[in-house]
Design a protein around this ligand. Structure first.
Ligand code: VGL
Ligand code: ZN
Length: 197
């Protein structure tokens, strides 16, 4: 069985959004067209409470895109984004979200960010997606969405480490590219055995 995992195609990651990824909305039509080819379609949704610890506004004297040391390691600080229930947290209006079998929300724990669809940024706390995939007998994953160098990267590497066969459709992703994060992500995914196509 194979699943399409569509990462964070939400208004805040598209042009005009709070944490806009350049050309983020350019992936929507291609992703919609791909959905019919899969046994399962899974969407992830970044879903933060107001005042989340990944927001620069939650740290005195810190600016967005700075870094702080958290209990689980370094954490990039972001502009406030994808706040639960906000328009920015909704899927892009043209994304065929009605076709999803499963929607995984992540980043709801106030003290831990969660880039990956499988584990929070402590690399231990599961989101539950792995169990869903195993019980549906999914072995092969194709991933796409936003942002290639953060949430897609962490999701793909975690899934490969958990033994899934993982392909990332680069053409259906867009990146933030902060201080070389894109090159580092491409290297990390390749090293983890993720196929970039
Ligand atoms: C993401 C930064 C913060 C992403 C989510 O979807 O790549 N990036 N939250
Ligand atoms: Zn986030």
């Amino acid at each position: 069985m194979q699943a399409l995992i569509v990462i964070d195609v939400q208004n805040d990651f598209c042009p005009g959004g709070a944490l806009a990824v350049p050309e983020g909305d350019a992936v929507v039509d291609g992703i919609n067209a791909l959905m019919a080819e899969f046994d399962a379609v899974i969407l992830t949704q970044d879903w933060h409470p107001a005042g989340h610890s990944s927001f620069a506004s939650s740290h005195d004297g810190k600016e967005p895109f700075g870094v702080v040391e958290m209990a689980y390691g370094p954490q990039v600080l972001w502009p406030d984004h994808c706040i639960q229930g906000s328009v920015g947290a909704q899927f892009h209006p043209d994304l065929a979200s009605d076709r999803a079998d499963m929607i995984v929300r992540k980043g709801y724990n106030p003290a831990i960010d969660s880039y990956s669809a499988l584990f929070e940024n402590d690399h231990e706390t599961p989101t539950g997606l792995e169990g869903y995939l195993r019980t549906r007998r999914v072995e092969r994953l194709v991933m796409c969405g936003l942002a290639l160098d953060f949430c897609v990267n962490f999701s793909a590497v975690d899934a490969a480490r958990q033994g899934f066969d993982v392909e990332v459709r680069r053409d259906l992703c867009r990146a933030i590219d902060l201080d070389g994060s894109l090159d580092a992500a491409l290297e990390g995914m390749t090293a983890a055995g993720v196929r970039l196509t």
